[in-house]
Ligand binder design. Structure first.
Ligand SMILES: NC(=O)c1ccc[n+]([C@@H]2O[C@H](COP(=O)([O-])OP(=O)(O)OC[C@H]3O[C@@H](n4cnc5c(N)ncnc54)[C@H](OP(=O)(O)O)[C@@H]3O)[C@@H](O)[C@H]2O)c1
Length: 517
């Protein structure tokens, strides 16, 4: 049955493609850091556990810190033990551990890159066959450029170029801090690498539910006919965290909710939920459609009399019964900070499918609950048969795709309450990953590292996509910079955001849904 289905559906064929990667050396820049410990090392271990690493797999940790190979191996094994979603098994780890070494060097130190090249050449010579090098840049963005330049100058970027063993580079977020810096970074990258060698990470794209967006939309016939301005009332995207900035106040001051969450994660969710069907599941087919969608978004009004965007900072409040400080009282945050911890936007998409349908997006810290979801709210039926509000409690049909936590999809329907009288109430149909597939699904970084190794860039951001997103966001950031703190709203920690964000929806007689299952 499944085989027949796969033959009929090109999408399903695409999803089951062969995942074999060529012999690979993964070099992690910033290997002593937090991301390597919490995500990258556990992801590599879990790929090994699932036999998805090539048999000839080598790992080189690169960093400024002095460290012996053994010490690095122990540190990586310890991180796996602490953070892996599955139990640490020393035999499985040994497959990776025996080929794991540490390379000491600065990020702007050319000779260290020359030595790295020699090291990779030795691995290749010992193996007696070609090896691809995958460079994972997991450092703070301040050193992205020197690393890229040295990969170019040392010849590492062009190793085996135009062959299946061409070098690849994975770049962590944030990708620039505005349109100019993103363009500048793209320029440096394309001086050293061809676009098909480049993998810009947005780890949201590695999440199962985000990948499932394409399957739910295009492998089912019941939704797509309704997915347009005739049937959809509005779309609401929420990426909410309940945590505050904690000890990272200094870092967050340079970032804010718009840069940290909206420019990347929420814009990715928006483009996947709203884009046109791609001609195929090929990376370029999907990424072309995402870029087209981003380009169709109308510029956001920052006019103070009728803005399409709101920003706010959390104030002191209660979270989980515990009193928490306001943003400006957090460590590392200036008393007169103008960094937003919350933002909400109202967007219009100027294309045939979506003209007139508002897309609302919000993201914030210290909100009522940690939840990321997309809610597609359909139009109400004409009020002819069930107009008596006393008896008929009707809700708009809404499809809610919950990205995290408790991944799944919920459909909100209206139903008759059993009884002799006709009364109605909204009910929910749930599909939960946990109950259908069990809870141990791969982490985003497993999928992304594997995809980069096999050369599938579908779940990575193309250069023009980063720029299209920044083109929309940068004028908002510039206007905020000019305003300083003027117009900055407040919201109580543990709430759903400021009143001003409700007002964004009132013009259209909409209201934010209470996000969550
Ligand atoms: N941590 C996360 O959960 C997370 C999530 C999403 C994205 N990211 C992104 O992933 C990248 C790495 O994050 P991370 O949390 O692992 O960073 P990190 O721990 O602050 O830094 C990683 C490594 O980079 C080197 N480094 C730190 N500060 C540096 C500086 N000012 N100049 C040069 N080198 C420096 C250090 O290694 P050496 O001193 O040994 O060279 C450090 O161990 C960042 O771009 C971040 O935005 C992280």
């Amino acid at each position: 049955m499944l085989t027949d289905e796969k033959q009929r559906h090109p999408f399903l064929q695409g999803l089951s493609k062969h995942r074999g990667a060529p012999p690979t050396v993964v070099v992690i820049f910033g290997a002593s850091g937090d991301l390597t410990a919490r995500k990258l090392a556990p992801a590599i271990y879990n790929l090994s556990l699932d036999n998805l690493l090539p048999p000839e797999f080598h790992l080189i940790g690169y960093g400024r810190k002095e460290m012996a190979d053994d010490a690095f191996r122990r540190a990586v094994a310890e991180s796996v033990g602490t953070f892996s979603r599955r139990e640490f098994n020393s035999d499985i780890w040994e497959r990776v551990g025996r080929n794991t070494v540490y390379h000491h060097g600065g990020y702007d130190e050319r000779p260290a890159f020359d030595r790295l090249r020699e090291r990779i050449d030795v691995i290749e010579k010992d193996l007696g066959r070609e090896v691809q090098a995958l460079f994972y840049i997991s450092t703070p963005p301040s050193v992205f450029k020197p690393i890229l330049e040295n990969l170019g100058a040392s010849g590492l970027a062009r190793r085996h170029q135009h062959t299946p063993f061409a070098s690849k580079v994975v770049i962590e977020k944030p990708f620039g801090s505005d349109l100019d810096s993103a363009r500048d970074l793209n320029r440096v990258i394309t001086q050293q690498f061809e676009e098909r060698q480049v993998y810009r990470i947005d780890h949201y794209l590695g999440k199962e539910t985000v990948q499932d967006l394409l399957v739910q939309r295009f492998a089912n016939t019941i939704f797509e006919p309704l997915w347009n301005r005739r049937y959809v009332e509005c779309v609401q995207i929420t990426v909410a965290e309940d945590l505050g900035v904690g000890s990272r106040g200094g870092y967050y001051e340079q970032s804010g909710a718009m840069r940290d969450m909206v420019q990347n994660h929420t814009m990715q969710l928006l483009s996947l939920i709203a884009m046109e069907p791609p001609v195929s599941l090929d990376p370029e087919g999907i990424r072309d459609e995402k870029v087209k969608l981003l380009k169709a978004i109308q510029p956001v009004s920052v006019d103070e009399s009728k803005p399409d965007v709101v920003r706010a900072q959390y104030t002191e409040g209660l979270v989980g019964g515990r009193k928490v400080p306001g943003y400006v009282d957090e460590d590392g945050v200036a008393d007169d900070s103008s960094t937003e911890t919350y933002t909400a936007l109202r967007l219009n998409i100027n294309n045939w499918r979506w003209a007139g349908v508002p897309f609302y997006m919000r993201s914030g810290k210290r909100m009522a609950r940690r939840v990321s979801e997309i809610a597609v709210q359909f139009k109400r039926p004409p009020g002819i048969l069930f107009s008596d509000a006393e008896r008929f409690d009707l809700a708009s049909n809404t499809m809610v795709i919950q990205i995290q936590p408790d991944e799944g999809t919920t459909l909100l329907l209206n139903s008759k309450i059993p009884g002799l009288e006709t009364r109605t109430q909204p009910v929910k149909m749930h599909f939960r990953y946990r109950t259908t597939y069990g809870s141990n699904t791969p982490e985003a970084y497993e999928r992304l590292i594997l995809d980069a190794m096999v050369g599938d860039s579908t779940l990575f951001i193309r250069g023009d996509e980063t720029e299209a997103s920044w083109r929309l966001i940068t004028p908002i950031l510039e206007s905020w910079r000019n305003l300083g703190r003027r117009g900055m709203e407040g919201y109580v920690a543990g709430s759903w955001g400021p009143l001003a964000s409700e007002r964004l929806l009132w013009d259209n007689r909409h209201e934010w849904r209470r996000a969550g299952p």
